[in-house]
Design a protein around this ligand. Structure first.
Ligand code: MEV
Length: 456
């Protein structure tokens, strides 16, 4: 049996030391792997240090493509949107949707609300009426006792909005909660909210212990945890596109009329509403666009995803996040999604490219970024469903797939042109492309081959 590859004091090793341990223990060609890992370091040591310090035990950087979605018309303002995503076709699809809607009025967006939520969960045994009676007093105390944390945010128009005592003992024995709502302006606000919640939890324990009208048992409260909720259904934004059906034009080289397209599109959206298998893929398509901009702007894509999927389940069934209708000859397509974002603080200021992304977007406020990202999600969704109800998605995907295979097989410019022509109406697979190139690369005298004249 192999010696177990355990290590102690790993975090204290230098970066080179960590790479050394890794390659010696897990790779057959340690020197080559070490060289490769180091080849992804920044040339500039100062910049590299910034990345190393974002996380722990870092040894190198993992690159992702950074692309652009230009010509996005939102509320009469044109944006060039940065997208970080590894999946081919996503940026191209979003960009084509942006272009499609550019001369049809673009995207109209609106922030519905910007409230964030935090909770103090606690265990308590006693007469709950006593707690409710004293709650207004406790509430006042919290506004006062947390003012050292909230003062700057209040100057910017934010802070604690409200707090409520919830009796949840019907769900779990002795379970109560203080639910607080916050306005965090342009910051995502996680540190702000969590600091207030922890102070509230501390004060809560002290407060009940001070109550002389409480029994001994009632004076003893156990705080289970204090943490923000990533479910923010009231940090909500809507993005819409609409135009007369006739303005949609025709699809699939004129084979599909605007009316048929609109009808199929609306039906596809209804299917995504009623069928959770389709809804999941449908929403995944929306998040292809949303996550890419969330990442590019240094925001927390896990929080955004978790919240989006929880919101999609708010009726008790997992459903689509977008909707479509045709009414009085007008096609309307919209998305409503909670997006808790920040444009100041955290990675948004530390990551050099996140900073550039925000600059490219005109240094938006958090509500403006919510609108840009919702519009991208809608564009992405439009592109996907448009492909699905017309040509299918493989046509577009295969083109990108073909280019990836051709690059991998080091095809020349001439070979690429021949291959694009040949695979226009044929199924792309790695084997088919390799065989095609092999034939193409046969010496001229063995029967030079051309895609144009080919019968295979
Ligand atoms: C692929 O990443 C996303 C799609 O599957 C989304 C959809 O089906 O709507 C194309």
């Amino acid at each position: 049996m192999d010696k177990p590859k355990l290590v102690s004091g790993f975090s204290k090793l230098s970066k080179r030391g960590k790479i050394g341990w890794l390659v010696e223990n897990f790779f057959k060609n340690p020197e080559e792997v070490a060289r490769e890992l180091k080849s992804f370091w920044y040339g500039d040591e100062q910049k590299q240090k910034i990345f190393d310090e974002f996380s722990e035990n870092t040894i190198t950087n993992f690159y992702m493509p950074y692309g652009l979605m230009p010509n996005v018309l939102i509320n009469d303002k044109v944006y060039c949107v940065p997208m970080v995503i590894e999946e081919s076709s996503v940026v191209a699809a979003a960009s084509s949707a942006a272009k499609f809607w550019l001369d049809k009025g673009g995207f109209k967006t609106e922030v519905i609300s910007t409230k964030k939520i935090g909770q103090v969960h606690f265990d308590w045994k006693g007469d709950v009426r006593k707690l409710y009676k004293l709650f207004p007093q406790f509430r006042e105390r919290i506004f006062e006792e947390t003012s050292y944390i909230t003062c700057n945010m209040r100057k910017r128009g934010g802070g604690i909005l409200d707090m409520e005592l919830l009796d949840l003992s019907h769900l779990e024995d002795n379970y109560y909660q203080i639910q607080m709502t916050f306005e965090t302006c342009d910051s995502m606000g996680a540190n702000f909210i969590n600091s207030i919640l922890e102070e509230t939890a501390r004060q809560l324990k002290l407060f009940v212990a001070e109550q002389t009208s409480f029994t001994e048992q009632e004076r003893d409260l156990t705080v289970i945890m204090a943490i923000l909720s990533n479910y923010t259904p009231e940090c909500l934004v809507r993005a819409t596109v609409e135009c007369p059906v006739a303005d949609l034009g025709t699809f699939d080289e004129g084979r599909i009329s605007a009316e048929v397209f609109a009808e199929k599109f609306v039906k596809a959206l209804r299917i995504a509403y009623v069928d959770k298998y389709r809804a999941t893929t449908h929403n995944k398509g929306i998040f292809n666009g949303i996550d890419a901009v969330v990442l590019a702007t240094g925001n927390d894509f896990r929080a955004i995803e978790a919240c989006g999927h929880a919101y999609a389940s708010r009726t008790g069934e997992y459903r689509s996040l977008s909707f479509a209708e045709v009414k009085d000859g007008v096609f309307r397509f919209w998305l409503e999604i909670p997006l808790a974002l920040g444009t100041v603080g955290g990675l948004t200021t530390l990551h050099p490219l996140a900073k550039r992304s925000l600059e490219m977007l005109g240094n938006p406020s958090a509500p403006e970024l919510m609108q840009v990202i919702a519009a991208v999600g809608l564009a992405q969704n439009f592109a996907a469903v448009k492909s699905l109800v017309t040509t299918g998605i493989q046509k577009g995907h295969m083109k990108m797939h073909l280019m990836n295979i051709l690059n991998h097989l080091e095809a020349s410019e001439k070979e690429v042109k021949e291959a694009i022509l040949y695979f226009k109406d044929r199924l792309v697979s790695f084997t088919a492309v390799r065989e095609f190139l092999n034939l193409l690369r046969l010496p001229a005298k063995s029967g030079a081959w051309s895609a144009k004249n080919s019968k295979i």
